[in-house]
Design a protein around this ligand. Sequence first.
Ligand code: NAD
Length: 408
Amino acid sequence: MACRQFDQAADAINLPEAIRDRTKYPRRCLAVALPIQRDDGSVTVFEGYRVQHNLSTGPAKGGIRFSPHVTIGEVAALAMWMSWKCSLVGLPYGGAKGGVIVDPTRLSARELERLARRYMQEIIPFIGPEVDIPAPDLGTNEKMMGWMMDTYSNHIGHHVPAVITGKPLSLGGSQGRREATGAGVAHLVNLYLRDLKIPIAEATVAIQGFGNVGGEAALALEALGARIIAISDYTTGIFNPKGVNVRKALACIQSGLTLKGFDGGDEISNADLLTLPCTVLVPAALERVITAENAPQLRCRVLAEAANGPTTNEADRIIEQRGDIEVIPDVLCNAGGVIVSYFEWLQNRQHYYWSREEVLRRLHEILERAKESVDYQKRKFGFSRRLAALTLGIQRVADAKQSRGLFP
Ligand code: NAD
């Protein structure tokens, strides 16, 4: 899917053959075996990856995913999208991604800590504050970033907070990082609703995935005045046309339960949530959930891609032909996370910390600039918004490679 998107974007901007493959292929990949001791004394070996897609525009940057569905191909696709995303929003980074094949809900807290530390230990030779800076993604969180930072720092012999972002505040995390991706999604949704002349107070929102991104997007959209009519996690969905009580649902998740244990509305399946009539649909869980089968049934006005790659290429074509849905493509929509990760890395290197207001103000500034450039590119060339965003990101990476020349 990522490769086909690249080919289409490269054709659209007539990217010269000589630079195409250099821009497309991942620069390098690492596969690691991760043996950990289980609480019952047995040993299990997990498998993990780190893929650096592009290092030509700065150190690589990208999250670490803990999921049973991880494959090296998925990690490579996500690394590729990180390259375009960082380049699109103008961050001095390349793109990377990491993943471990594991269902984190099946490990105890101590087993999870051992696995997070072991993964970091194995990738130490491959990463660093000037080389590749990981962050949280699906199935990983702040606490795990803290363990990984501690593992790296112990290995190096001194405190190195800039090696990883999305850390707890007490370890050099940034104000606003936890909510950054969701807050960025909400800010962009608000701007696009304004363009469409839809008052946000009249907007209804359905969100698939109620983790870091989905939960924070729900809070931020609610704070802006929107009504959240549906949420979901991997167990079930909750539908309440009067508005889901987001804080209560979050409290339920934070107490260690899933949405199965939340009684704030009627039960709805993840599949039905996607086709609910609503103003804004926010897929914030997995990739490829909007497919050729359900794309004709979508009943939203705005599709805000908070997850990476939630829409298949076939579904994308259907949505484009329909012409009645504004798509905020993933590389723009969820860029808030990596932008505030960049701020965290800057603060770690400067040993100077910003206020939450400062972080959010600068986040909004960068997102607004990126939105303007994407919409300008869209109008200028008659592209879809996704093609506009991808071509901008890809062109900048290709330009950097061209300017650097080919070594040796
Ligand atoms: P998370 O692990 O915090 O939350 C994931 C949510 O999705 C959970 O509520 C989980 O129950 C739900 N989920 C998992 N499998 C599901 C399924 N099969 N059906 C429905 N729901 C399911 O992860 P996150 O950090 O919120 O990431 C979500 C998405 O956002 C991913 O695509 C990730 O790549 C993307 N993203 C995350 C960040 C970030 O800063 N965390 C930044 C950019 C993009």
